[in-house]
Design a protein around this ligand. Sequence first.
Ligand SMILES: Nc1nc2c(ncn2[C@@H]2O[C@H](COP(=O)(O)OP(=O)(O)O)[C@@H](O)[C@H]2O)c(=O)[nH]1
Ligand SMILES: [Mg+2]
Length: 193
Amino acid sequence: MAFINEATGDIHFKILYIGSQSSGKTANIQSLYCETHADLSLKDHSTLLENMPRNTFFDFLPLSFGDVAGRNARMHLYTMPAHSLWPTVNINLMLGVDGIVNVIDSRVRFLDKNETQIQYVKKLIDSLQIDFNSIPFVYQFNHSDAPDALTYTNLTKNFFLKEEDCFAAIAHQGIGVMQSFHRITNKIIQKFV
Ligand SMILES: Nc1nc2c(ncn2[C@@H]2O[C@H](COP(=O)(O)OP(=O)(O)O)[C@@H](O)[C@H]2O)c(=O)[nH]1
Ligand SMILES: [Mg+2]
């Protein structure tokens, strides 16, 4: 649910990156950090990432997004831990969510972990009495460079997804990251205005 800061007039949207352990959630946030800090772009990515603030339990990246409905918009990106060791962290991450990027691990040996993760998220959403179908979703098929990665067509069919919401990615190289981010922001804004 978008949050309007009446003092500044800014509008804040919350985007959550979910996915199984090592699916590439942090790699998405790191790539977006590097892409959006053009002032630092002459440095290589590893140098750039030394400047990125780190959290212990989840990743957080605020990004300015320009004008939405006449207000200065900011996108707040979070990653959700793939485990539920700290349930209150996950509850707080989910509360007020405006859109979700599901980072799916394309590697065939990790396929069942994706399913476990989405079932966990569905239960969490249900427990908060949020309508799952009301949340804009984007699906990112990461690790698409792995030798055992399932194909884009295969994954789209396997999860019964619309192609317009699906992106193949190699997140640590920035491939498919910005496209996924733009799609989720478009869906959020379309719903909002
Ligand atoms: N080969 C390859 N490695 C990736 C890809 N995405 C992430 N990684 C690497 O996989 C590891 C786990 O990624 P990370 O983003 O930490 O996963 P998280 O647990 O979902 O946050 C890291 O070493 C990343 O650099 C990808 O698409 N291809
Ligand atoms: Mg991570």
